[in-house]
Design a protein around this ligand. Structure first.
Ligand SMILES: [Zn+2]
Length: 282
């Protein structure tokens, strides 16, 4: 996207974030990776509903300022996503109330209850708490970024990303909408989950249609446990190198190895390994 269009669209997205109560005060931040690789980001301490196009800050991919405007203090979160996901060109971070309620309650948005959400967003995991604008936050997000298009951050809020700023915004909105429906369904006595068979079909449809690729099959999510589908993210534990996932032939996502030297893990095993990896860094 060229700089002029990006300035206009970031301001428009900022207005929508504010109008829809996904941010208040100076919460949240939005950025776009321009065609030439520079990052155009919302400025620090600014209400996103009242930004002007000339208030936005330009940086390089390392966050080095390329204009006299100061970018959001959360820019590191955006840069991490751009580095991990070359096809992503926009990031939207906000504190939408229902999604943030999940983050505050220590819950992921990963119940297989809405077919469209499995098709277009996939599950939204919860990254461990990290102090905003520090390495703690980006380290907690790192193992999850490759395999999801939106994350919750514990006791903080949500971030979504996409090929352009509208896809990033739409994913954030789907996250919030899903959280809201889940809360309402729980108030009515609880949502009923889609069957493993239905989930498997949806995953096949989304990969065939190109909505989400195989990287979105992640064992840290709730979706896959009872289906015959597994993922190869275990290959990348520690490095999350993003090796292409495979479909299991044994119909179960249990811990074990196969002839190709690849391993599959249960969700609990993966979570345990990830927490060990994170703890090692401290
Ligand atoms: Zn925030």
């Amino acid at each position: 996207m060229d700089e002029r269009t990006a300035r206009r669209e970031i301001v428009r997205v900022g207005e929508l974030l504010y109008e829809r109560s996904y941010v208040v005060s100076s919460d949240g931040n939005v950025s776009v990776r321009l065609d030439d690789g520079r990052i155009l980001a919302t400025p620090t301490q600014t209400n996103k509903g009242r930004m002007t196009e000339d208030a936005l800050a330009l940086t390089d991919i390392e966050g080095k300022p390329l204009s006299d405007r100061k970018a959001s203090s959360e820019l590191a979160m955006h840069l991490l996503i751009y580095r991990e996901r070359p096809e992503i060109n926009a990031v939207c971070h906000a504190h939408p109330p229902h999604g943030s309620a999940f983050a505050v309650a220590g819950l992921a948005i990963d119940e297989p209850i809405l077919s469209e959400v499995i098709l277009t967003l996939g599950c939204v995991p919860l990254a461990a708490y990290g102090t905003p604008s520090t390495d703690e936050l980006t380290e907690a997000m790192l193992p999850l970024v490759k395999h999801h298009n939106a994350l919750l951050m514990a006791n903080h809020g949500a971030v979504a990303y996409g090929a352009d700023v509208w896809q990033a915004f739409d994913r954030l909105e789907t996250l919030e909408h899903t959280a809201k429906i889940t809360i309402l369904a729980r108030a009515l006595g609880g949502a009923s989950n889609l069957s493993p068979d239905a989930i498997e079909k949806l995953i096949n449809v989304r990969e065939k249609a190109g909505y989400l690729d195989e990287r979105a099959r992640c064992q840290s999510c709730n979706y896959l446990h009872e289906t015959g589908i597994t993922c190869a993210t275990a290959d990348g534990v520690g490095t999350m190198s993003g090796a292409p996932p495979r479909v299991a032939t044994n119909g179960a996502a249990s811990a074990g190895t196969n002839g190709a030297g690849k391993i599959s893990l249960t969700r609990e095993d993966l979570v345990e390994l990830l927490s060990q990896a994170v703890n090692l860094k401290h």
